[in-house]
Design a protein around this ligand. Structure first.
Ligand code: GLN
Length: 446
């Protein structure tokens, strides 16, 4: 098979079947030829893939599923995408998401909803819902998403695919439109752990264009997939199995724990005592950073511009008023409030302190165990429209993924059977920059 025919098949599948799923926002019909020197040398040569719509691709409309970026064609390509191009993979399009990655159901897209391929009446999760749905529907073997508080792992869990959030700094964020810069990380959504290892291998590494990318060697991730986890110490954070975790989810996760024991792992309970403060800290810190990052969308430099304006201030107000959706405005308001003088110490500073405590919880736990295990989400995929009127219940769906971002750790969600016919996700959390152990245990379990 040639690269062009593989990509044509992917495009054809999207044209035929994405009408009911709604995963794609942009289809790249004019495929660029695979550079001949990469063919045969890279395992990704000729493999079609797609990216979440907050990853910039030069000269291709990159909207972040927001009206305010309608028509925006960036001059640059995200480093992760450049690396995939160099490996010979073929980009076939951009995927739907919650506007600016704010949400857990992809219902906050300004353009369309995406349906869960397992049950079209349910959400695919979010914010990388298009990416998870595209992989689950079989349109592409892998996709890139971004994870600020769970946006790769939660949709992966809902759609029954693998989702990996690398350690903060493992993958360059250059060309990823920033939501909360201290939490954002790009990662793969795939069908198998081996594919996740392969994609991470390709996109990881230091990048002079991102000062927060780590200058560390990238290990051979596929070599880590030995199938051997005898003696591996797996910690079960007791706080992650509390109320709100559906019975079907805990049943599936408990079965996974038994399977790991049978493979020779030592399973022990651990405590992460500050877990219950993570969500509150996140919803101060992430909106605070977002309110700053999103100030650049002013109607002058990017995408959408309101017409009929009286003066410059009116241009800003109308453009932002018309261009941003409800959830994005809510975050900007919360963030601006939390950062304003008089409130800064009470909210932002305090949340930063909580963030440190959460990080220390993890460090303490990793003195005794090699990896942590939990459900990825408290519930299976919920119905479309079920949580759109109540932002707080929507936010609660991320309680088990958010602490990981606050601590900067790597984590992976792998499919863990079905409950009521819907996929359940199992989350493994690793030490900083120890994606190898994470991939090894996830692969042995899978
Ligand atoms: N659902 C969370 C939020 O709305 C996390 C989103 C993400 O990881 N991008 O902020």
């Amino acid at each position: 098979r040639t690269a062009a025919s593989l990509a044509q098949d992917a495009l054809q599948a999207v044209r035929e079947k994405d009408g009911e799923v709604g995963a794609f926002l942009r289809l790249d019909e004019a495929l660029s030829e695979v550079p001949s020197q990469t063919q045969g040398t890279s395992l990704l040569a000729g493999i079609p893939y797609a990216v979440k719509a907050n990853l910039c691709v030069a000269d291709r409309e990159t909207t972040c599923a927001s009206k305010i970026l309608k028509g925006y064609r960036p001059p640059h390509t995200a480093t992760a995408v450049v690396k995939l191009q160099e490996a010979g993979a073929t980009l076939v399009g951009a995927l739907n998401m919650d506007e600016f990655a704010m949400g857990s159901s992809t219902e906050n897209s300004a353009y369309q909803i995406t349906r869960n391929p397992w049950d079209l009446t349910r959400v695919p999760g979010g914010s990388s819902g298009g990416a998870a749905a595209a992989v689950a529907a079989g349109f592409v073997p892998f996709a890139l998403g971004s994870d600020t508080g769970g946006s790769i792992r939660q949709p992966a869990a809902f759609c029954g695919v693998v989702g990996l959030k690398p350690t903060y700094g493992r993958v360059s964020r250059f060309g990823l439109v920033a939501f909360a810069s201290s939490l954002d990380q790009i990662g793969p959504l795939t069908r198998t752990v081996e594919d996740a290892a392969l994609v991470l291998q390709t996109i990881a590494g230091h990048d002079p264009l991102d000062a927060t990318s780590a200058n560390l060697p990238v290990p051979d991730y596929r070599a880590a997939l030995t199938g051997e986890i005898n003696g591996l110490r797996v910690g079960i954070p007791q706080e992650y199995f509390g109320e709100g975790v559906e019975e079907g989810v805990s049943r599936a996760v408990n079965a996974a724990i038994e399977q790991l024991k049978a493979l020779g792992a030592t399973v022990m309970p651990v405590s992460l005592p500050h877990t219950s403060y993570a969500l509150a800290a996140y919803y101060i810190l992430a909106p605070a950073e977002a309110s700053s990052n999103l100030s650049r969308f002013d109607g002058v430099r990017y995408g959408y511009r309101a017409d009929g304006v009286a003066d410059l201030l009116d241009l800003y107000k109308k453009t932002r008023g018309e261009g941003f959706g409800k959830e994005v405005k809510r975050r900007i308001l919360i963030g601006t409030y939390a950062l304003s003088s008089g409130y800064y110490d009470a909210y932002y500073k305090r949340a930063q302190r909580v963030r440190t405590l959460i990080r220390e919880d993890f460090l303490r736990a990793f003195a005794d165990v090699d990896v942590l295990l939990s459900p990825t989400t408290p519930t299976m995929a919920f119905a479309l429209g079920e949580k759109t009127d109540d932002p707080l219940t929507m936010y609660l769906n991320d309680v088990l993924t958010i602490p990981v971002n606050l601590a900067g750790l790597p984590a992976i969600s792998v499919p863990c059977g079905l409950s009521d016919g819907l996929p359940v996700g199992l989350q493994f959390i690793g030490r900083m920059f120890d994606e190898e152990t994470l991939l090894r245990v996830a692969h042995a379990y899978e």
